[in-house]
Design a protein around this ligand. Structure first.
Ligand code: ADP
Ligand code: MG
Ligand code: MG
Ligand code: MG
Length: 400
């Protein structure tokens, strides 16, 4: 196959068979496309007799948005596979193994994680994941530290930065997260019931100034190699394991954007408990678990990040006493701000989350939407003054 074209299920089988070492030559393979088909094809290919399987993910040259096509470079498939490999070197237990990347077909062959479930689904089912906070805190600390000027040679970092120029996917973020929700844009997508909330967002100049600052950070602060799309739909979990997938938005940006993405999605589920918890007592209990998870993610991140810094900061000037505290404090501020932006866009912007959107009862859904916006706006407005993760917890508790 020498020319790019989207594979059929049958072609995906032939492709998998052509890779040495994955399947027996005479295996009877089955193939199923399991992606949602908006940006990428995801084929699950298995040999039911041998009990072996792989995933084959292929990028499409466009995204389907509101009935129209939005052209997207196939280069994001290279970026995804290269980011997975870097993450795999830093945290081998926390990402799928990559078996093969094909430039021409924009396709990555990787480990099948079907024994895990997508975390967003697990949280909607109100399950508890005891390993998650520690695992994701470690993932954040290690991937962010070791790809930054603190953890790698600064000339090597500049070359790596060049490897991850990702303009098309950054534009999606710049437009859909940091622009459209704050104006009456065609791509916005919200329920009529919260028209008042949308208009309030469009007219809130204090909020716009804070979002402008955060957007500027996203555009210019090439601090570390980010995952770039670290929501709970990009995380596979079991009680005993955590795996991060789908880093096609990877680029050099502000660390707080990835940390904020994780916390925002825990908070969106917190808001969604308006619809998922059967009664007040269980709602309070599950919300306590979510907020404890938020705290533990930040605490693990901070502990691991500081210890990597103390043990292996490659930059002499950055080891100046006082600088680490200042740096971590700024990360916390960015985390608040980006978490807020990620919550707001999921309620009024183009792409929503199932934690809120699949709530059947309209009144509960509306309460969850208003609660998400209240928390999101408060985080954005408070972000430059944030001094402790407890303030984020307070914001959520007071809004609920
Ligand atoms: P997209 O970029 O289109 O969102 P994802 O990488 O998030 O693609 O994959 C979409 C879906 O495909 C996931 O939600 C999951 O159900 C399935 N999937 C992706 N990667 C794997 C994997 N390694 N193992 C099992 N299922 C996977
Ligand atoms: Mg998808
Ligand atoms: Mg995805
Ligand atoms: Mg994706």
């Amino acid at each position: 196959m020498t020319q790019y074209h989207p594979l059929t299920e049958q072609e995906a089988i032939e492709y998998a068979k052509s890779i040495p070492g994955l399947f027996q030559a005479d295996a009877a393979l089955s193939s199923r496309e399991i992606g949602d088909g908006n940006l990428n094809l995801v084929f699950h290919i298995s040999d039911p007799a041998a009990g072996t399987s792989i995933i084959l993910k292929q990028a499409l040259p466009y995204a389907k948005v509101v009935g129209e096509s939005w052209p997207l470079s196939l280069d994001r498939s290279r970026i995804e596979s290269e980011a997975l490999q870097i993450e795999g070197e830093l945290c081998p237990d926390l990402v799928p193994r990559v078996y093969r990347y094909d430039t021409i077909l924009a396709l990555t062959v990787m480990e099948d994680l079907s024994d895990h479930i997508i975390m967003r689904k697990g949280l909607i089912e109100r399950r508890v994941y005891p390993r998650f906070a520690g695992d994701i805190g470690r993932f954040l600390a290690r991937t962010l530290f070791h790809t930054s000027d603190l953890g790698m040679n600064q000339q090597a970092k500049k070359l790596r930065l060049q490897q991850f120029i990702n303009p098309d996917l950054c534009k999606i973020t710049e437009d859909l997260i940091f622009d459209h929700p704050y104006t009456n844009a065609d791509t916005n997508n919200f329920d009529e019931a919260i028209q008042d909330e949308a208009e309030a967002l469009w007219n809130d100049q204090e909020l716009h100034l804070e979002v402008a600052r955060l957007r500027q950070g996203f555009l210019t602060n090439a601090q570390a190699l980010l995952h770039g799309d670290l929501h709970t739909g990009s995380i596979f979990v079991t009680e005993h394991s955590t795996k991060v997938i789908d880093p096609e938005f990877a680029y050099y940006g502000p660390m707080g954007f990835d940390i904020g993405a994780v916390l925002a999605n825990l908070l969106l589920n917190f808001a969604g408990q308006e619809g998922w918890s059967p009664d007040n007592a269980s709602r309070s209990e599950y919300r306590r678990y979510l907020l404890q998870t938020v705290k533990d993610v930040w605490a693990t991140f901070e502990r691991e990040f500081r210890s990597l810094w103390n043990e292996g900061c490659v930059d002499r000037i950055s080891r100046t006493p006082g600088f680490q505290d200042e740096y971590v404090r700024q990360l916390l501020r960015d985390t608040f701000g980006y978490a807020g932006c990620k919550m707001v866009r999921r309620i009024v912007g183009l792409a929503h989350v199932a934690d809120i959107d699949t709530i059947a009862e309209p009144a509960a859904k509306e309460r969850a939407q208003r609660l998400s916006l209240a928390i999101g706006k408060a985080l954005i407005k408070h972000h430059r003054n944030a001094a402790s993760i407890d303030e984020l917890i307070d914001i959520a508790v007071k809004a609920a």
